[in-house]
Design a protein around this ligand. Sequence first.
Ligand code: UD1
Length: 419
Amino acid sequence: MDKLVIKGQNRLKGEVIISGAKNAAVAIIPAAIMADDVCIIENLPYIEDVKCLFATLNKLGAKCEYIDKHTLRIDSRNLENVSVTFEEVRKMRASYYLLGALLARFKSAEVAMPGGCNFGTRPIDLHLSGFASLGAEVEMKGEVVKVSAQSLKGASIYMDTVSVGATINIMLAASMAEGVTTIENAAREPHVVDAANFLNMMGANIKGAGTDVIRITGVEKLHGAQYTIIPDQIEAGTYMIAAAVTKGDVVVKNIIPTHMDSLSAKLLEIGVGVEEGDDYIRVFYDDKEYKGVNVRTMAYPGFPTDMQPQMAVLLSVCKGKSVITENVWDKRYQYTDELKRLGAKINVEGRMAIIEGVESLTGTDVDATDLRAGAAMILAGLCARGETVVGEVKYIDRGYEEVENKFGLLGADIKRVSM
Ligand code: UD1
């Protein structure tokens, strides 16, 4: 079992190159199998979730190979199997995109319910009711979801909760349905747009991705395409907060700065220096005392829930009181118990976490309770006095490429040990 051992309080300095977006990759790789053809996907992050999908596609009968560490060639011409077992996908939640992709191409799919991070109820009812609106029959067989249809027909779908996964999944299925589908109250996250751009390159007809109404005119067939995934907004944000919390000076490169607007605004409000370029953001200590702020997580373009644990670390060492309101997930404060072990003062009351800033954190042994909680533990270790040992690194490896190397290059004292 791997652990990360961090000796804190080094000010991070230098440049970090951000990898391709995990949440776009886990949608776009399944989308590639909708073509009876070859797709090449570039700028993929080299992370466990992608490796898991790589293995799953090969088991389904696609020929999936790494051209290099960040590029996959996916040949789905011989893919026939539409059944994905629990063993294949137990570690990752986004396996649900295989439902939409297989349903689109084969009008049939059987996929075991997803695993992944555990922060509260993670239903897929909106995905399934969307498929049903397109004319699919949905059946639950124990842990397995089965969807099938004679043919899929376009429909008007209103989503009563803004869901990234349901928006993309319905987009996948509707791309190969007869007629027009409209998704109202659609999610607007950058990876929704990225998935739509990829599908359009494959010959789909999707308009409005990035707004809350998406209109999809179904096509009979999709063809192969070569596509480059967008940079990872959450990885970028994690390094931005790392720079802030260590009072360092870091240029976070290969990103789309507008994707970071909600975070940049909060950092400025706290008193952190932020400078934007075309494809980078520099985050630096501006000789100002950091002061607490209030943060409310919301769907894009609001403050991302996936940055909430990392932000809590920074707020833990800001002067005064901060209040976080988590509006997306109902159990996303599990990590606060770990953070308190490092000396943070956090009181969780329902959806709110009330944080009283302290002078500094003190290193100890903590666990990553999920992917982003794990990122938060690294950030806490980087700013804490003494040594922090982060366990359950497997969660972090799901979504961060070479995390110890990237932080190491910025001057962090961090190493991976097998225990
Ligand atoms: C995606 C991200 C995840 C992020 C989340 C919110 C991926 C692979 N994962 O997850 O990192 O935290 O967006 O930004 O992209 N909901 C329902 N019914 C459904 C689906 C969702 O009620 O069928 C609710 C959820 O309980 C949650 C909210 O909708 O409260 C948002 O979930 P959703 O956007 O679907 O999250 P994911 O796509 O699973």
